[in-house]
Design a protein around this ligand. Structure first.
Ligand code: 26V
Length: 667
């Protein structure tokens, strides 16, 4: 066997970057070294893409999201750069498999679930399509908690994903913006329209980039994440006086803004720190966008021709007030011109119909944290309600429902209303969800502006969820299809021609069987439950929520168990029911459902009478990397949420793409 073209470069990276002798390298060292091989090429592509976009004066899409559930990067980077097979060979010369080496990378789990993973899939697709694009978010020191199961109960552990450093980060030393909070607002000038905000505090947002490579192109996208630090002018004088505890406290007060991802709990977050997080990353991002625009165009009146800012749910909605503040207060643009620009720049995606998940903030809290923004929101609301009143004169109830301020109890700012009023397009995430949006929670807005509401059905990237997660199926498809399905998924239609081809079907079944064996190995290792790969793998994987009805599924398991006991001679297809998902830490009912699944599993898995016809497993710590193992090994995909409640679902698509059949409610 001749050595891989990457053998020498890999050994050189081990020696010169990682700091280990090549013949002593452990898998974790190899992971670092392979990443170091990919990194310079990513860097070059980033520089090239930025230069091309600057020269072309391209319009860019800026995707603002509190969450990006990226998972691991190594396999994706190698695929995008065309380095996978060479890297695998070079690693093999150290007697390790690339898959095992890749497992030493921590997941970047900077998201809760569907909303965050959607953002990550969009980045991959925007890069692959060559769309000039940036994702903006927060560089949380701690991502989504890690889930452990102890005696059937969920136990949460912190996720220090950056503890060993990330090989994929590019700290942008020169890029930082002050983000200010609190204080008061002064009004000067004859009409009081010269507004000066005197903030009470400030943090510095520092940029850390992750390069998102496109597939089949040299184009890349950028994920720019902000980290909160103390501004340089803050004199940590406690250090000088030797009071290190006090100095650490001061440092923490600044840095805690980007400390940890908020879990989406059963009750909407009412915490001040969460509002500070939202404003922190929005303000840094808007400043960055306006600065870049200024450098490229030297004027602001064409902002909407060059900048499209997308709000991933309402979490970044304060961006609307922040852009108004920058244009009006800092750049002295007339309110009307600024507002016209704003509405053209922003668009907003809604991800849920559940009223309890719609974000609102107490007016008093916003007054305390963002007094100038509250003032701007009040003015937007005032002008909006004047406009709305013309549509239905005298209908005070209509205006009360539309208002950006909920006056029914403690006054609260309705972030969805702000997002709709400040955007030119609002979308739901599936045909049914978009239809329900305009018929239910946003009906009043749709009566004002029907053309503003559109549908954009969610999707997933086939690069990660088929090519990388399921190499066996990918190889089979490569042999059976013309063209590149990785870049044009409609090519899968070509499979129809193979539907009755016995050899193809056998090969397909063989791939599925192998994936089920791989999944069974993982499950036995992590739970002790042994599943038979020849049984039907019946899979429900998603966050634990009452509306998603894991409870219904586990009751079906109990029913089936009793039916098997009642009819032991029946022709039962052996079935393995696989659950996975995290419960929000304060969501008691969801945690009880996890316990119930474990209790039911303990009874059934230990009942000799069942004789392998039914097994139940709960795979701990569901996340991107665990999903990459589960999706290819599923036969049956459980999509049984109460009809009309799951906005879109995206796990459903990953399971379908890997050849599982969907069983689901009508939608
Ligand atoms: C939902 C709920 C439901 C009631 C209890 C509290 C609570 C908290 C958060 C959420 C979901 C927040 C937004 C979200 O992640 N939505 C998901 O977005 C996916 C991408 O569009 C979509 O596929 C999922 O259907 C949707 O649940």
């Amino acid at each position: 066997m001749s050595p891989s073209t990457l053998t020498n470069p890999l050994n050189e990276r081990l020696l010169r970057s990682v700091g280990v002798a090549p013949d002593e390298a452990e898998p974790a060292d190899l992971m670092q070294a392979v990443a170091q091989l990919a990194r310079p090429e990513l860097s070059e592509r980033w520089v090239e893409t930025q230069a091309a976009e600057r020269t072309a004066k391209s319009r860019r899409i800026y995707y603002l999201s509190m969450e990006f559930l990226i998972g691991r990067t190594l396999g994706n980077a190698l695929d995008a750069l065309g380095l996978r097979s060479d890297a695998a060979e070079a690693v093999m010369e150290h007697a390790h498999r690339l898959e095992d080496v890749a497992e030493h990378e921590a997941d970047a789990a900077l998201g809760n679930g569907g909303l965050g993973r959607l953002a990550a899939c969009f980045l991959d697709s925007m890069a692959t399509l060559g769309l000039p694009s940036f994702g903006y978010g927060i560089r949380y020191e701690y991502g989504m908690f890690a889930q452990d199961i102890v005696q059937g109960r969920q136990v949460e552990h912190p996720d220090p994903w950056l503890a060993d450093g990330s090989p994929w980060e590019f700290p942008r030393v020169g890029i930082g913006y002050p983000v200010r909070f609190g204080g008061w607002v002064e009004q000067h000038g004859p009409n009081g329209d010269e507004v000066v905000w005197r903030p009470g505090g400030e943090v510095l947002a520092k940029a850390y980039d992750m390069v998102i490579p496109g597939h089949g192109t040299r184009k890349v996208s950028t994920l720019r994440l902000w980290r909160a630090t103390a501004p340089a002018h803050i004199d940590l004088h406690a250090f000088n006086s030797g009071d290190y505890a006090r100095a650490a406290e001061v440092k923490n007060e600044f840095e805690n803004v980007s400390w940890v991802l908020y879990p989406n709990d059963s009750t909407p977050a009412g915490r001040e720190l969460r509002l500070r997080q939202e404003y922190f990353f929005v303000s840094a991002s808007i400043q960055d966008i306006v600065t870049r625009h200024g450098a490229e165009h030297g004027r602001l009146d064409n902002l909407a021709d060059k900048v499209a800012i997308h709000l991933n749910d309402t979490h970044p909605a304060i961006a609307i007030a922040e852009l108004m503040r920058l244009l009006v207060d800092a750049h002295r643009m007339p309110w009307r011109s600024a507002w016209a620009l704003c509405r053209k720049v922003f668009s907003y995606t809604n991800h849920t119909l559940m009223p309890e998940a719609l974000e609102t903030w107490p007016v008093a809290l916003m007054q305390h944290v963002l007094p100038r923004h509250l003032q701007i929101i009040f003015r937007i609301n005032h002008e909006f309600l004047l406009e709305a009143a013309q549509h239905r004169p005298g209908d005070a109830e209509f205006l009360r429902r539309l208002s950006l301020i909920d006056e029914s109890g403690e006054r609260r700012v309705r972030m969805a209303h702000l997002s709709i009023v400040g955007s030119h397009k609002v979308n739901g995430v599936s045909a049914l969800h978009s239809e329900l949006l305009v018929k239910t929670i946003f009906a009043d807005f749709a009566s004002l502006w029907p053309e503003r509401f559109v549908n954009v059905t969610n999707g997933i990237t086939p690069r990660r969820w088929l090519a990388q997660a399921n190499p066996g199926l990918a190889t089979l498809l490569d042999g059976a299809l013309s063209g590149n399905w990785r870049l044009d998924l409609d090519r899968l239609r070509g499979l129809k021609a193979h539907a009755s081809d016995a050899a193809f079907r056998e090969a397909f079944a063989g791939v599925k069987r192998g994936n089920k064996a791989r999944l069974a190995t993982h499950i036995e290792l992590h739970t002790g439950v042994r599943l038979d790969p020849s049984s039907l793998f019946d899979v429900q994987v998603k966050r634990i929520h009452e509306y998603k009805r894991q409870l219904l599924n586990v009751l079906h398991v109990v029913t089936r168990y009793q039916a098997i006991l009642a009819d032991p001679q029946g022709s039962w297809v052996p079935r393995s029911v696989v659950f996975a998902g995290k419960a929000a830490s304060s969501y008691h009912m969801a945690k009880q459902i996890i316990r119930l699944i474990h209790d039911v599993a303990a009874v059934i898995n230990n009942d000799v009478r069942v004789g392998g016809r039914l097994r139940v497993a709960f795979v701990p710590n569901y996340g991107v990397s665990v999903a990459e193992l589960i999706m290819p090994g599923a036969d049956l995909s459980e999509q049984i949420s109460t009809a009309g409640t799951e906005a879109s679902g995206t796990g459903n698509m990953k399971l379908a793409l890997n050849g599982a059949l969907t069983i689901g409610t009508d939608d």
